[in-house]
Write a protein that binds this ligand. Structure first.
Ligand code: MN
Length: 287
């Protein structure tokens, strides 16, 4: 059975927060994994990182790391100085995660987030090429630190470089590193793919990390995502990685703004109870 996790920002209005309370909460709710912000982990002191990891170890919780790179670190940028900053940032996060045992880092790490193609441009190939070149430099830090870089396929309204699993396969094959993997997310798959299960099967052993959420980013179990099909596809490719839910229900703060939560989806619901229900639901369709 896959380890099942949840992203801390389900409970927060800001990205940069103290993760310790979430280690206790998520372990108490019965999850196996807490996913945290890779940027925050990268800027902690070595002692702070160690304390985070030992707290998670004490609770029997694994950590995974996620980020959408800010525009100042866009490794697909036409500006060489911005690309260099982005590569250095990825290297710094890989080294930081390496200090606490390595593991799974992913998200929009191949460019920046949120982003749209500049006006009057229609050809994304130069962006893809620059991103692959940058990633080939940055991924060495992942290899050296036992970190996997999982490229998250997201929908067209959030990024333009990688909207389908096919595009991610081409990208990861071009980077050509055992530490370059694909991350799929059911919320995004639902928007862009013809068939969700087929996309998962296509990713095959390139699939390094898996995000789950409903079509409206509610916790799994509420919407119309084809969970039975997804469970079958993950079993077919013998996926052994983490399955991390990433629900967002609260408007407000930088999280609400970036995720575009413009109505309160949490009215009448208790966030902790909903997380626990979704955990049981998820373990059900993974079986
Ligand atoms: Mn995601």
């Amino acid at each position: 059975m896959n380890k099942v996790g949840i992203y801390y920002a389900y409970w927060t209005h800001e990205w940069d927060v103290d993760f310790h309370p979430f280690i206790d909460k998520v372990a108490e709710l019965g999850f196996d994994v807490l996913e945290v912000n890779a940027g925050t982990v990268g800027t902690m002191s070595a002692d702070e990182r160690k304390s985070l990891k030992s707290h998670a170890d004490d609770k029997g919780l694994a950590l995974s790391y996620c980020i959408g790179l800010p525009h100042a670190y866009d490794i697909a940028s036409a500006d060489e100085a911005v690309r260099a900053k982005g590569i250095a940032y990825l290297q710094q996060m890989a080294a930081a995660i390496g200090e606490i045992g390595g593991g799974n880092m992913g998200g929009i790490i191949y460019s920046c987030w949120p982003a749209t193609m500049p006006k009057n441009e229609t050809d994304k190939r130069p962006y893809v090429e620059r991103s692959v070149n940058s990633m080939q430099k940055a991924i060495k830090a992942a290899e050296d630190n036992h970190v996997f870089f999982n490229m998250e396929v997201v929908n067209r309204f959030e990024q333009f470089i990688m909207n389908t699993c096919d595009e991610a396969i081409a990208y990861v094959d071009a980077v050509d590193s055992p530490n370059a993997k694909i991350m799929l997310d059911t919320f995004h798959l639902n928007i862009e793919e013809d068939f969700v299960g087929e996309a998962i099967i296509k990713a095959g052993d390139r699939l390094g990390h898996f995000h789950i959420g409903e079509n409206n980013r509610m916790p799994p179990g509420y919407g119309h995502i084809p969970w039975t099909e997804i469970g079958a596809a993950l079993r077919q490719i013998n996926y052994q990685g983490y399955v991390v839910m990433e629900p967002f229900m609260m408007p407000g703060g930088q999280v609400g703004s970036d995720i575009k939560v413009f109505r309160d989806l949490s009215i009448g619901l208790n966030l902790d109870e909903e997380a626990q229900k979704a955990l049981l639901f998820t373990r059900g369709f993974l079986k």
